[in-house]
Design a protein around this ligand. Structure first.
Ligand SMILES: O=C(O)c1cc(C(=O)O)c2c(n1)C(=O)C(=O)c1cc(C(=O)O)[nH]c1-2
Length: 248
C-alpha cells in the first residue's frame, strides 16, 4: 500500500537510524581519539576518493535532468565541492585537512593508495546515479539527512583529541553544516513529492539503503586494512610514506 507522506518520511529516517555509518566502529575510534596518526591519515586518503566522486555523480545526475528548475536547484552541489568565486570549495578544504595531518596533498589528490573497496563503493555510487531513475538518484543522496549530526560529532571529537585539529583543518566539516541541510531539504521534498506509488516508495527506500551500504563498505575497508590485525591490500597506502617533508 502506498504510504502517506509522513509515514514514508518516517520510513526513510528509520533507514538512517538502522544503517547510517555513524554506527560503524571506525567512527567510534576516530571521534574518540582512538586512531593513531597513521589511521587518521588512511581515513583522509580514502575519504578523498569519496569527495572526488561526489561532484562527478552530481554532474552525471544533472546530465540526465530535463527540467531546468531541477538543474538550477541541484547545481550548487557541484560548486560547493569544486568551488566558485571566493569559495575555494570542499575538495580544496579536504586537501587542507590532508596538509594538517602531514600528508603530501599531491599524493592524496592523485588517488593512488586508495583501497580497492573504497573505489568500488564510490564508483558504484556514481554509476547508480547515472543509470537508475531520477527518483532513485535523488533518494540516494538522502543519507545527508543524517550527516550534520555526524559532522558536528566529528568536529567536537577531533578538536578534543587530536593536535592537528583546528578551525582551519576542520573547515570542510564546518562548512557542510550549513550546505547539507539546504541540499537535503530540497532532496527530501522532491522525493516525497515524486514517490507517489508503493512501487516508487519501495525503489526510493532501496536506493537509500544502497547508499548506506556505499558508506558502510568504505569504513569496513579502512577497518580491515588499518586497524589491528591490519591487512593492507596490495597497492594500499603504506603508513610512513607520502608525508610532507619537514624541515630539520
Ligand atoms: O562525513 C560524512 O559522514 C558524510 C556523509 C555523507 C553522506 O551521508 O553521504 C556526505 C558527506 N559527509 C559530505 O560531506 C558530502 O558532501 C556529501 C554529499 C553527499 C551526496 O550523497 O550527495 N553525501 C555526503
Amino acid at each position: 500500500m502506498t504510504q502517506s507522506r509522513a509515514e514514508f518520511e518516517a520510513r526513510l529516517r528509520q533507514i538512517g537510524a538502522d544503517r547510517y555509518h555513524d554506527k560503524h566502529p571506525f567512527h567510534d575510534l576516530l571521534h574518540s581519539g582512538g586512531c593513531t596518526p597513521d589511521q587518521v591519515r588512511a581515513w583522509v586518503i580514502n575519504r578523498y576518493y569519496y569527495q572526488h566522486a561526489i561532484p562527478m555523480k552530481d554532474a552525471a545526475f544533472m546530465s540526465r535532468v530535463e527540467d531546468p528548475a531541477l538543474r538550477r536547484a541541484w547545481r550548487s552541489r557541484i560548486e560547493d565541492h569544486d568551488g566558485h568565486g571566493e569559495n575555494e570549495g570542499g575538495i580544496e578544504r579536504w586537501l587542507r585537512l590532508a596538509d594538517a595531518v602531514g600528508l603530501d596533498r599531491h599524493y592524496v589528490a592523485s588517488r593512488q593508495g586508495v583501497l580497492p573497496a573504497t573505489k568500488f563503493a564510490c564508483d558504484a555510487y556514481v554509476r547508480f546515479v547515472r543509470d537508475k531513475t531520477l527518483l532513485e538518484a535523488v533518494a540516494s543522496s538522502l543519507t545527508e539527512l543524517f550527516a550534520p549530526k555526524i559532522h558536528a560529532n566529528r568536529i567536537e571529537g577531533l578538536l578534543a583529541n587530536y593536535d592537528f585539529a583546528d578551525d582551519r583543518s576542520l573547515s570542510y566539516f564546518k562548512r557542510r553544516l550549513s550546505e547539507a541541510p539546504k541540499d537535503v531539504a530540497f532532496g527530501l521534498g522532491w522525493v516525497l513529492d515524486h514517490a507517489d506509488t508503493q512501487e516508487k516508495q519501495d525503489a526510493a527506500a532501496a536506493a537509500l539503503e544502497f547508499k548506506t551500504d556505499v558508506l558502510w563498505a568504505q569504513l569496513d575497508a579502512l577497518h580491515s586494512a588499518y586497524i589491528a590485525p591490519a591487512r593492507i591490500p596490495p597497492g594500499g597506502w603504506q603508513p610512513g610514506t607520502h608525508m610532507i617533508a619537514v624541515a630539520a
